[in-house]
Design a binder for this molecule. Structure first.
Ligand SMILES: [Zn+2]
Ligand SMILES: [Zn+2]
Length: 262
């Protein structure tokens, strides 16, 4: 097994993204000899080519958009062009909620939606497979202003949950139970300053870790308040409070899944 995931960016939300205080290139997963990218935000192509070793988006087998927000989809079009070799080769899969790829304002151009081999529409409770090799589910619709799904990968050696943008609700614990590795989009330090900001804060992250009990949790997708508190200290605090291992993602960080699941 030589599976790994790489954080091409750890930025969350508007200010951190447009100021590029952290990179915003999404997460590249190399699992079961398949390559997929989750939420390619601004700078993804640049981050792929600047990576050491370089990542070539032409080899992607799938692109997954968890929701239509800018920081998750800006370079979806670029990635589809790469995956389809400039649209000349019909290959690869694009997964996204209907809200992101259907009318009235799709985030992927129509000529690119037509260029992929498979267009998968994500929905609550859906399960999907890439050539029977990589399987993932979208167990629950998240609490977020647009149609949003997290991902739960079921791999021979364990389960990986990606709890992307969402406000906390107890159904998340049920939905992602069994995840051995949990990736949490932790944007806020304190509770949201006003209703309508539907993102996790540290208290919500703590409840998720205590409820789901993953072997390892990675926090990422940091907003301003989280960055100011230093994500590494926040991870340390969560680890001490919950007793479970918590790591703050860094731009370009690669996680070797073999050592993690050993
Ligand atoms: Zn986001
Ligand atoms: Zn969002």
């Amino acid at each position: 097994m030589s599976d790994w995931i790489k954080f091409l960016g750890t930025a969350g939300a508007r200010f951190v993204v447009y100021k590029q205080l952290r990179a915003s290139g999404g997460i590249w997963c190399h699992i079961q000899e398949r390559d997929l990218i989750i939420d390619p935000g601004p700078g993804t192509a640049y981050r792929c080519h600047a990576a050491k070793p370089k990542l070539n988006p032409e080899i992607l087998d799938a692109i997954i958009l968890t929701h239509r927000h800018l920081d998750h989809t800006t370079e979806a079009n670029v990635m589809v062009e790469a995956m389809t070799r400039g649209t000349f080769s019909r290959r690869g899969a694009l997964f996204a909620p209907a809200d992101a790829i259907c009318r009235p304002e799709p985030v992927v151009f129509s000529y690119l939606r037509e260029a992929v081999e498979r267009l998968g529409v994500l929905h609550e409770g859906g399960c999907y497979s890439l050539d029977g090799r990589v399987g993932f589910c979208t167990p629950v619709r998240h609490l977020h202003p647009v149609e949003t799904y997290g991902l739960l990968f079921d791999l021979p050696y364990g389960k990986i949950g990606f709890i992307v943008d969402t406000a906390f609700f107890s159904g998340l614990v049920e939905s992602y139970r069994g995840a051995d590795l949990l990736v949490l989009n932790l944007m806020l330090f304190d509770p949201p300053p006003r209703p309508g900001i539907q993102h996790l804060d540290v208290a919500g992250a703590r409840r998720l870790i205590e409820g789901i009990k993953p072997r390892v949790t990675i926090i990422t997708h940091f907003g301003m308040t989280l960055l100011k508190r230093n994500p590494h200290l926040v991870a340390q605090q969560l680890q001490e409070e919950t007793g479970y291992k918590v790591i703050a993602a860094r731009d370009g960080m690669t996680l070797d899944l073999a050592s993690l699941f050993a």
